[in-house]
Design a protein around this ligand. Structure first.
Ligand SMILES: [Cu+2]
Length: 168
């Protein structure tokens, strides 16, 4: 047997193993679904959720790799202004706008539009939204003039700031 034939045989064996694995996995999943149908529990759903979580984790990992390549932060720096009420969207692993200028007393609402969880956490620990899952939001009121830098605890390279300036 030549080296090439040996390699081919090895590849064929790997392919066969992979095929067996897929069949076994499908059989287990079908069995779980059948069990659910009988028992009324939701093991198959749990499996589905687990798979979704894994997808989310992969998203996170990919985002972090991007961060590493781009030296932190995603997307362009953007600036917005608000008085009374302000909004910051968390989307595409960035705060939008990254800088929000507000007048004292303004309530800023962060809303997570990503499937990955995020936080908005002040570097000086004056506020922390806690973990925001997709679609969730949190509000913080800013009374003191000054600039507060914040980041995401889950993805520390995500950064933004709230600049509180005296009103007109
Ligand atoms: Cu984050």
């Amino acid at each position: 047997m030549s080296t090439n034939q040996g390699l081919l045989a090895a590849f064929a064996a790997i392919g066969a193993l992979a095929a067996v694995f897929v069949v076994v996995f499908a059989a287990v999943f079908a069995a779980l679904a059948a069990y659910d149908a009988v028992s009324g529990s939701n093991m198959a759903d749990d499996m589905g959720n687990m798979m979704k979580d894994m997808g989310g984790m992969m998203d996170d990992a990919r985002g972090d790799v991007m961060d590493g390549m781009m030296g932190g932060g995603r997307g362009p720096e953007t600036t917005g202004a608000a008085s009374g009420r302000g909004a910051v969207a968390i989307a595409g692993f960035s705060f939008r706008p990254t800088t929000l200028n507000v007048t004292p007393g303004t309530v800023v609402q962060w809303t997570n539009q990503d499937s990955a969880p995020h936080t908005a956490t002040a570097k000086n620990e004056t506020f922390d939204t806690g973990r925001l899952d997709q679609g969730k939001s949190a509000e913080v009121k800013f009374d003191q003039p000054g600039t507060v830098e914040y980041f995401c605890k889950v993805h520390p390279s995500m950064e933004g700031r709230i600049a509180v300036t005296a009103g007109p």
